[in-house]
Write a protein that binds this ligand. Structure first.
Ligand code: SF4
Length: 284
C-alpha cells in the first residue's frame, strides 16, 4: 500500500504555500541565513530534554536543581556549535536559569521525555493509501494532584498567544490519546519578570475537535498528492509574510524565469534531504 508520511512541519508548509513546500521539502533549498529563533529553540529543547530526562531516570527522586546543573554541563560544550551570537547564547542561559529557579520545587513526575510517535491516521484499500503522522512529544508528566498531561516546550522572544487549532498541539494530543496539552512557555525577553514570561498554558481538546483535525490532515495530504502528481505548486501570496518574510520572497518577485532560476542558484544551497522519519531514529 502507498504510504505517505507527514509531520507538522510539512503540514504547516502545505497550508502556508505549495510553492514554498516544493522549494524547501522537494528541492531541499536552504537559505544560508541562520534561523535564530529555531537555533535558540533547539538549544532550549536540549537543555530541558536533558534536565527532565535525568529527573525521569531517577524515578523522579532527583531534585530539579541537581538535574539542571548536569543539564547546563551538558549544553555548555554544545553551545559553540550553534549559529548564535554570544549575547544570544548568554541570554538563553540566563533565561534557563530563571526558569529553573521558578520551577525548582515543582512536584513534577516525569513519565516520558522526547517521545517519538508514528500514528496511522488513514488507511484505504480502495484508494491504496495509508497516511502516517510522525513527531516527537517533548514530555508527558504529572504534577502532584493533577492528571497526566502532554507538555510542549516553546521559547518566546515576544508575547503571543497559543491556539487550540494548531497542528502540532492537535497531533501531540491525538498521538498521546490525551485531551489536555500544556504549552510550557520559556520567555526570552530580557526586561520581563520571569513569573510573567514563563507560563504554562493549558489547552483542552474534545474528541470532536481531534476527529476534525484528523480529517483536516487527510485533506491536506491528499492535496499534497495532487500537487505532486501534476507537479504544480501554486504560490499563496497570503503566506509570504506569515510569521516572518518567506525566505523565497526575492525568488518569487523576480522579473523573469531566468531571474528566478538565477536566484535559486545564488541565494540558496542544497540542504539535507527532508526526512520526517529521522525523528524516530536513535530514540527509545
Ligand atoms: S514568497 Fe510567498 S509565494 Fe513565494 S514561496 Fe514564499 S510564501 Fe510562497
Amino acid at each position: 500500500m502507498r504510504t505517505v508520511i507527514v509531520d507538522s512541519q510539512l503540514l504547516s508548509n502545505l497550508q502556508r504555500c505549495a510553492c514554498r513546500t516544493n522549494l524547501y521539502f522537494n528541492q531541499d533549498l536552504r537559505s544560508p541565513e541562520p534561523a535564530l529563533a529555531l537555533q535558540r529553540g533547539i538549544l532550549i529543547h536540549q537543555f530541558l530534554g536533558h534536565m527532565y530526562g535525568l529527573r525521569k531516570e531517577s524515578r523522579n527522586s532527583r531534585d530539579i536543581l541537581s538535574c539542571a546543573g548536569d543539564a547546563f554541563n551538558f549544553i555548555k560544550p554544545l553551545m559553540p556549535t550553534f549559529d548564535l551570537p554570544d549575547a544570544d547564547l548568554n541570554n538563553v542561559v540566563k533565561c534557563l536559569e530563571q526558569y529553573v529557579e521558578m520551577y525548582k520545587f515543582e512536584p513534577i513526575e516525569v513519565l516520558f521525555v522526547e517521545s517519538p510517535f508514528s500514528l496511522v491516521l488513514y488507511e484505504s484499500v480502495e484508494e491504496d493509501l495509508r497516511i502516517v503522522y510522525v513527531g516527537v512529544i517533548d514530555m508527558i508528566a504529572k504534577i502532584m494532584g493533577q492528571e497526566e498531561k502532554v507538555y510542549d516546550h516553546k521559547s518566546q522572544s515576544r508575547r503571543s498567544d497559543f491556539l487550540l487549532l494548531d497542528d502540532q498541539f492537535e497531533g501531540y494530543a491525538t498521538a498521546a490519546g490525551k485531551n489536555m496539552l500544556t504549552v510550557n512557555v520559556i520567555g526570552l525577553q530580557t526586561s520581563v519578570d520571569p513569573r510573567e514570561k514563563n507560563k504554562r498554558i493549558p489547552l483542552s481538546y474534545t474528541p470532536f475537535l481531534l476527529e476534525r483535525w484528523k480529517n483536516h490532515v487527510i485533506y491536506w495530504v491528499k492535496q499534497y498528492m495532487v500537487y505532486t502528481l501534476n507537479n504544480e505548486w501554486p504560490e499563496n501570496h497570503q503566506g509570504c509574510n506569515k510569521f516572518n518574510l518567506c525566505e523565497f520572497y526575492e525568488f518569487c518577485i523576480s522579473a523573469s524565469d531566468a531571474g528566478r532560476a538565477w536566484k535559486l542558484t545564488t541565494d540558496f544551497t542544497k540542504g539535507e534531504k527532508w526526512d520526517p522519519t529521522k525523528v524516530l531514529e536513535n530514540r527509545s
